[in-house]
Design a protein around this ligand. Sequence first.
Ligand code: SF4
Length: 257
Amino acid sequence: MTPDERKQALDEIATEVRGCTRCPLHLQRNNAVPGEGHPDTEVVFVGEGPGYNEDREGRPFVGAAGGVLNELLSTVGWKRDEVFITNVVKCRPPGNRDPEPAEISACAPFLRRQLEVLDPALVVTLGRHSLQTFMPGARIGGAHGTLQPVDPQTGARAAMTYAMYHPAAALRQGSLRETMTVDMCAVPDALTDARARRSAGAPAATDDRLPAPAGVELPEPAREELPDSPADELPDLVAVAGLATVADSDDQMELFG
Ligand code: SF4
């Protein structure tokens, strides 16, 4: 898929999202929020769902939580338009309540199709609902800051997923801000690992991805010649240098935002 084809495919999904009536969340939305970002990025951030400001603007992470996310990205020298940012559900749950399982299920095809188009190397989950999509059964208190292969059924056919708290959690519980900064600082290493695993699973190929973020110099990953089920070739749980592994532990406060 060329960059133009990728952008067109993402635009088509966004158009479908804006007209979607698959679940009751469409009844109270002002704007659906399909997601936005660079169509050729290797990194996709997935939050839980739009909040008040996102619903008003039709864009993800534009409120206070978005400000936290922008600041976190800046700590590793990244900008939000260099990555792709979306949510598990594309319409705001009333009162910022948690999305219902049926709503997540109804909206899942849109996220899966976005990931199929983007084919990222790294999916960063923001919050526990996103975590459950990519690390089923994991608890955020133990999973944050860890890396794991993504099930290709999610649409990301050769990716690793890295867990983080939702930025809104840092607004409600200030002590989490330092934790989130530490976790974000490990994201470039997580991308490095994810790239290496993709490269190991396919011969080198030319591609037109974003330049490597500051401090990350690795060959571009192959896009078209990846094995059909690369996750089958990866261990169930991957410990990356400097990164923790998933472990059962207490679930800390996690907030939808
Ligand atoms: Fe459609 Fe998703 Fe919005 Fe529900 S949340 S109406 S499935 S776009």
